[in-house]
Structures are given as structure tokens and as C-alpha cells.
Design a protein around this ligand. Structure first.
Ligand code: ASP
Length: 334
């Protein structure tokens, strides 16, 4: 599965077409798969109006459609991830980019990571302020720097050098997230009490060239301070992709996901124990739960299986495959 250059795959496909290889064989080669999330947490039907429910589903479907279009057109898994995540970063319903949660000091410190399953190249940024699309900056770290993770002011300086788009602080502000911070401070709540849902976004994909990729973007947790960084930008915790095992993007209580090394552990179980994606994901999410953490993951396997696993009552999510699967969901029981 490793390192299948897109140009080679295109030549193989063209030769197959000329030689009249049956359509079925070509369809197998053209298999793609994608799963996306918009955060996991306490999501109960009773707390959701029909309008909000419909608005979330429409946003998820639009993001999924953007990823599907890239993959169905023969584009790369990395481009599909970027198409999905940039869309959700601009959507203020989700805790990433615009609509990110407030820190204790009233700013928005953004974390993101992206990983290429072909060669396990990876890029991540942490605690960055003002960047419109943190996932694009993470990709720049991967492709245009010799590093894997950049943080804070240094990452912002790199972003300026790379010509990455910045937005003014108020562009990221939303009333709902401000209320969450104010309520947290007034009632001396913890981030978990106010973050009824988390809202991080992510995507994992298998492209028609047999390559996997994963990406995650988040504002972290309401009221975070002291430069707190969650699991999303930590390669192997919230984000991981390797053509030989799987691609994972996580959402949930980051401290636990870091301690368990969630994304890497799921892939390792698949690779070393031969578990399928669902079995491996359920086992690792159970481990997180046993330690007291909660959240969920989306996983795509080299076979094209796209699965979800969570120990919360819901996770904004969606998945689609070249075989015709195309669905979005919110609650755990759907
Ligand atoms: N995992 C993120 C963090 O801990 C939060 C989330 O998924 O919403 O920063």
C-alpha cells in the first residue's frame, strides 16, 4: 500500500482502459472512502430543536460532499481532508476556526494536525491565534518546513512567511461560545460542564490511489489556560495516518486521548493484531472510558471500511464510500 504515486496510478488506470479491462476491476481500483466528524459529546434529542438538528446535518452533508467530490474526481486524500476541514473551520457551529471556544483570557488558540499515510509525513500547529484555516497551516508545516509541530508566536511567524490567511480576533467570536466562557467563570464550572458538546472537526480518507490521510482542527476546550494543548495536534493521539494500518481523527477529552495515544493505538491494533477497524476503535475508546475520559473517533481502513466509535451520547459525523454509502448522523443510536 505504501507510496503509490498518483501519476503511476493514473497511467495504470489509462492502460487498463485502453486494454479493455472489465469495468469491475477498474471500479475496485477506483475505490475511495471518507469519514468526517464535528465533535463528540452529550448530544440528546431533547436538547435539540428540529431547526438546529437540520442545520447541523446540512453542514455535515455539505462538508462530506466537498470531500466526496475531491475523491470521486481522483483527487488525493489530503486534498479531501483539506476540503472538508476548511469548510467546517468556517462554519461557526463547530469548535474550529470561526466559532472556536474562548480561552480563559478571551482569545481563541487554535490547534490542528494533518498526516499523509503514504510516508507518514505530518504537520501540526498548536496555540495559534488569528489563522483562518489552521488545517492549511498544519499542511504547510508538513510540506514547507523541516518540522512536525510549531506552536504559538513562532507558528504565527511561519504562517505570515507562508502567506497564510489571517482574520481579526472578532471574526472568530460567537455568542454561544462567549456565553459558555461566562457561565464557566460565573458558576466556577469545569470545561467539561460547559462543553455540552465539544465541536472539534476532523476527516479521514482513502483515495483512489490507495493512500490514506487524516486531519483534525480545534479550538480546544472552553476556558483553557496556561497554553494548554489537547490531543488534536499531537500525532498519534488525536490524528494519525499510515497506509499500512489506518487513518484516525479523534474528538473528546484531549488529556485522556494523549495519555492513551488513541489514534496510533487503534492503527497498531489493526496492524499487529489483525483487528478490524471497528473492533480496534471500540477497544481503545473503552480504554479511554475506563480511565475516565470520553469522546470518539472516525477511522478509515486500507480496505475502505469507514467506522465511528464513541462513548458519548452523540457525535456529529458522516461517512461516504465509492460503493454508495452516504450518511450523516448525530446521536449515538442512529
Ligand atoms: N479533543 C479536543 C481537545 O481536547 C477537544 C474536542 O475534541 O472537542 O482539545
Amino acid at each position: 500500500m505504501k507510496r503509490i504515486p498518483e501519476s503511476v496510478a493514473a497511467i495504470v488506470a489509462a492502460c487498463a482502459a485502453i486494454a479493455g479491462v472489465p469495468a469491475m476491476a477498474q471500479e475496485d481500483e477506483g475505490r475511495w472512502s471518507i469519514a468526517i466528524h464535528g465533535g463528540a459529546g452529550t448530544l440528546d434529542r431533547a436538547d435539540m430543536t428540529p431547526e438546529r438538528d437540520a442545520a447541523y446535518r446540512a453542514s455535515l452533508q455539505a462538508a462530506l460532499d466537498a470531500g466526496k467530490a475531491v475523491l470521486a474526481g481522483g483527487g488525493s486524500a489530503l486534498d479531501a481532508i483539506e476540503a472538508v476541514v476548511t469548510r467546517l473551520e468556517d462554519d461557526e457551529k463547530f469548535n474550529a476556526g470561526r466559532g472556536a471556544v474562548f480561552t480563559w483570557d478571551g482569545t481563541h488558540e487554535l490547534d490542528a494536525a494533518i498526516m499523509d499515510g503514504r510516508d507518514r509525513a505530518a504537520g501540526a500547529i498548536a496555540g495559534v491565534i488569528g489563522v483562518r484555516h489552521p488545517i492549511m497551516l498544519a499542511r504547510k508545516v508538513m510540506t514547507d518546513s523541516p518540522h512536525v509541530m510549531l506552536a504559538g508566536e513562532g507558528a504565527e511567524e511561519f504562517a505570515h512567511e507562508q502567506g497564510v490567511e489571517f482574520m481579526p480576533p472578532e471574526w472568530f467570536d460567537t455568542d454561544a461560545r462567549r456565553e459558555a466562557l461566562e457561565r464557566m467563570k460565573a458558576e466556577k464550572l469545569s470545561a467539561l460542564d460547559v462543553d455540552i458538546k465539544f465541536g472539534t472537526v476532523g476527516a479521514v480518507a482513502l483515495d483512489t490511489h490507495g493512500n490514506l490521510a487524516a486531519g483534525t482542527s480545534t479550538g480546544g476546550m472552553t476556558g483553557k489556560r496556561w497554553g494548554r494543548i489537547g490531543d488534536a495536534p499531537v500525532i498519534g493521539a488525536g490524528t494519525y495516518a499510515d497506509n499500512d494500518s489506518c487513518a484516525v481523527s479523534a474528538t473528546g477529552w484531549g488529556e485522556f486521548f494523549i495519555r492513551v495515544g488513541v489514534a496510533r493505538t487503534i492503527c497498531l491494533r489493526m496492524q499487529m493484531r489483525g483487528e478490524d477497524a471497528q473492533t480496534a476503535s471500540d477497544a481503545v475508546i473503552a480504554e479511554v472510558g475506563a480511565m475516565g475520559g470520553d469522546g470518539g473517533v472516525i477511522v478509515v481502513a486500507p480496505s475502505g471500511d469507514a467506522v465511528f466509535s464513541m462513548n458519548t451520547t452523540g457525535m456529529y459525523r458522516g461517512r461516504a464510500t465509492s460503493e454508495g454509502l452516504d450518511e450523516v448522523a448525530i446521536y449515538g443510536d442512529e
